[in-house]
Design a protein around this ligand. Structure first.
Ligand SMILES: [Cu+2]
Length: 385
């Protein structure tokens, strides 16, 4: 008797047992065939993965298959050393002393033509308390670059002056324009001016489009442009702009400023994720509103690669213009994905005083710093600044 009958629950010699044995035999036969097929598939998959890895190494110019060489050439070899959350001992005091990025939406300039000038500078900024990083800053003030705010129908005249060491460019997602002309590389020391008409309302990303774009965005070359619809949106009492992004560090940045770890960026293994370029800055310095006010968030996910799942804890979006589509909004939604390279607009009206966290609800991002607080009123036990 075959061994697979041994566990039969039926009494020995019963007719049920005979029927069951035949059935079990058929089942076992099919299971055996299935296991064999799966084994063949697994072997093929492993071989394909090996081939792909080899192709990647060859594409990266490496014939040396050692882990060190592969990482150096960007053919990622995990694990990569993480500096996530590493801060100096006085981090709390440093966070308090940090001047948070002003998230308030600036007013729309008057006139039909809005002139925007940015002078790019290579500079060290902090991306978390005491964590220094070598950025390429669009306006000489770190990342993100300044918020550009215009109204539908206005013309934007953009002048980029390159005060950095290598070529850069600026790509506006709000523009309909030939990118090979308008978004061209600007050599160090040069300036370039182009115009576009802001014909599509919404909130958009702008960024450097010079190759490799991954490196230029990861080094802080991004920002938001808000295009108000010609027909105004419902009134909001406060308007805030949040640009979400992630940082990939070659070191902890504490003693010495870190630079971009391209292998980590390719592996999508950030050390820090932030709103407006600095981890947890609005936890220490909350955004504010009064009870009953409508607060509008313009959210851009700059990436360079990761999305942001925007959520405000303790409330529900009264209006969500998903994907920056200003022709319609959703009501009563809890979390909205903002894709890397995309934007969305959110209204919340909160009546009850309290501290309301805003987060990317992909919670690894919260651990890495993409979290802030909206302080409604003056709830007990909180600071009043
Ligand atoms: Cu650039």
């Amino acid at each position: 008797m075959a061994s697979y009958h041994a566990a039969s629950p039926y009494p020995s010699g019963s007719t049920e047992r005979q029927g069951s044995s035949a059935l079990l035999g058929i089942v076992a036969l099919f299971l055996g065939i299935a296991v064999a097929i799966l084994a063949i598939v697994a072997v093929v998959l492993v071989k394909t993965a090996d081939d792909a890895r080899d192709d990647a190494k060859l594409a990266a110019g490496s014939t040396d298959h050692s882990a060190h060489s592969a990482a150096a050439n960007g053919a990622v070899s995990l694990p990569l050393q993480s500096f996530a959350g590493a801060v100096p001992e006085n981090a709390e005091a440093l966070a308090e002393a940090h001047a948070s990025y002003d998230a308030s939406l600036p007013p729309v300039p008057a006139g039909d033509l809005v002139k925007v000038q940015m002078t790019l500078k290579d500079m060290v900024v902090e991306v978390a308390p005491g964590v220094k990083y070598n950025t390429w800053a669009f306006d000489g003030h770190g990342a993100p670059g300044p918020v550009v705010h215009v109204r539908e129908g206005q013309t934007v005249e953009m002048t980029l002056t390159n005060g950095g060491a290598i070529p850069h460019s600026i790509d506006f997602h709000a523009a309909r324009i030939a990118p090979d002309v308008a978004f061209r590389d600007v050599a160090p020391g040069d300036s370039f001016t182009f115009r576009f008409t802001a014909g599509d309302p919404g909130v958009y990303m702008y960024h450097c489009g010079t190759k490799p774009v991954l490196a230029h965005i990861a080094n802080g070359m991004y920002g938001a442009i808000v295009v108000d619809p010609a027909t105004p949106l419902p009134k909001a009492d406060r308007e805030y702009v949040l640009v979400a992004s992630e940082w990939y560090l070659t070191g902890d940045g504490i003693e010495q400023a870190a630079s971009l770890d391209l292998a980590k960026a390719r592996a999508m293994q950030p050390d820090w994720t932030t709103f407006n370029g600095y981890a947890n800055q609005y936890v220490t310095h909350p955004l504010t509103s009064k009870p009953g006010e409508t607060v509008r968030f313009y959210v851009v996910a700059a990436g360079p690669t990761l999305d942001t799942d925007f959520h405000v804890v303790g409330t529900i979006f009264d209006r969500a213009w998903v994907n920056g589509d200003m022709t319609q909004f959703q009501q009563g939604v809890q979390t909205v994905g903002v894709p890397a390279g995309g934007g969305a607009v959110f209204d919340v009206k909160i009546d009850e005083p309290g501290m309301y966290p805003f987060v990317s609800h992909a919670f690894a991002h919260v651990d890495l710093g993409q979290v802030g607080l909206l302080k409604v009123g003056n709830p007990k036990g909180t600071q009043t600044h």
